[in-house]
Design a protein around this ligand. Structure first.
Ligand SMILES: *[C@@H]1O[C@H](CO)[C@@H](O)[C@H](O)[C@H]1NC(C)=O
Ligand SMILES: *[C@@H]1O[C@H](CO)[C@@H](O)[C@H](O)[C@H]1NC(C)=O
Length: 331
């Protein structure tokens, strides 16, 4: 499937122009540092000393839909928070800077945030926030989608507040952007297209003396299916400014997954942010791996894109919490 140099080259081009993941987390406006607490996709499982994958997941039954490629691999750091704290997840494309484009301007879609005990169990992901097509402007003004008109315009900042009185313990925040620029067709029917999912997980430890337990939630994979409303969706009608779309236009969009938990905060206002601390760049995983959507990866020679080997990664999610091993390297 990925065997020809031409296809590999085009996948590499895709890496250069589109994709996104979380580069850091602010707690009440204070930056925790590059990748701190973030299960950076493919952050340390690959050869050449690590790196990131900012590519989408398209297979809804793959374990990658939970916390992205190699999402079972813990970050060495866990972010300590209290109930009521404001987290700002800092999404970027290829550099941690306000000048970065965050996600390509064509990648319209919703954004969602879930929380689960760490490690996740059956039905443990509870939705804390979501936003989709949040303004259906009258033609010829394009509708406003969260990924492009909210998160990208706000320098990649996605806000979520730790639920009031949440019981202390280890949790994963699963944040996600969904892009529909090729989402008018199911990936099952056309593997060259299909909706792009960008999930990413952050390790937190909730402290304090809260007593509120999470309700039953959903499982990843399992929460989304190709025939759910809001998973395969034609974006082009809602963003049309030139009457190129002739079919009747849907102006509503059903965000996938469960409803937002009543214990989540209704407001997720951005708090003032202090400076970014630590590094702002890292080597992309895609400089040596060209397979963007699955845990089975193909290594190639950097210059000639000659295939030099393959790796199949089997995620091993533990059923009990394990203290992360200390960092062996730093960016
Ligand atoms: C999608 O993921 C599932 C579960 O890992 C796997 O069995 C299936 O082969 C994948 N589909 C494709 C087309 O790669
Ligand atoms: C979080 O943000 C809200 C809304 O701006 C604010 O009222 C609250 O005090 C903040 N929480 C903390 C712990 O600073």
């Amino acid at each position: 499937m990925y065997g020809t140099p031409i296809l590999l080259g085009s996948l590499l081009a895709g890496h250069t122009y589109a994709h996104t993941f979380i580069w850091g987390v602010f707690v009440n406006g204070v930056d925790q540092g590059l990748y701190k607490g973030v299960r950076t996709p493919a952050y340390n499982g690959a050869p050449n000393g690590g790196g990131y994958s900012n590519s989408p997941v398209k297979n809804l039954t793959s374990i990658d839909i939970r916390c992205n490629v190699m999402g079972d691999i813990q970050s060495p750091d866990t972010i300590k928070v209290k109930p009521g704290d404001n987290l700002t997840l800092d999404w970027h494309h290829d550099i941690r800077s306000d000048a970065d484009d965050v996600i390509a301007s064509s990648h319209h879609g919703p954004a969602l945030v879930y929380i689960s005990p760490d490690p996740p169990t059956e039905n443990s992901f509870v939705k804390l926030w979501h936003e989709g097509l949040y303004e259906s402007n009258p033609f010829p003004q394009p509708g406003k989608w969260t990924t492009t008109a909210d998160i990208a315009k706000n320098h990649g900042h996605m806000n979520v507040r730790i639920p009031k009185d949440l019981k202390p313990g280890f949790y994963l925040i699963r944040a996600e952007m969904i892009a529909f620029h090729e989402g008018e067709v199911s990936w099952l029917d056309n593997p060259m297209r299909g909706t792009q999912f960008y999930p990413d997980c952050v390790q937190i430890e909730v402290t304090g003396d809260g007593t509120v337990e999470l309700p039953e939630g959903v499982t990843f994979p399992g929460a989304y299916n190709y025939d759910d409303p809001g998973i395969v969706y034609d974006i082009y009608c809602s963003t049309d400014t030139k009457r190129t779309v002739t079919t009747p236009c849907t102006t509503t969009y059903p965000i996938p997954g469960p409803t937002v938990w009543s214990g989540a905060w209704a407001e997720t206002a951005e708090v003032p942010l202090g400076p970014v601390t630590g590094g702002t760049t890292a080597p992309p995983w895609s400089t040596w791996i060209k397979n963007s959507v699955v845990t089975s990866a193909t290594f190639t020679d950097k210059k000639s894109v000659t295939v030099v080997g393959t790796l199949t990664y089997q995620a091993k999610w533990s059923s009990t919490y394990a203290t992360p091993a200390p960092a062996t390297k730093r960016w």
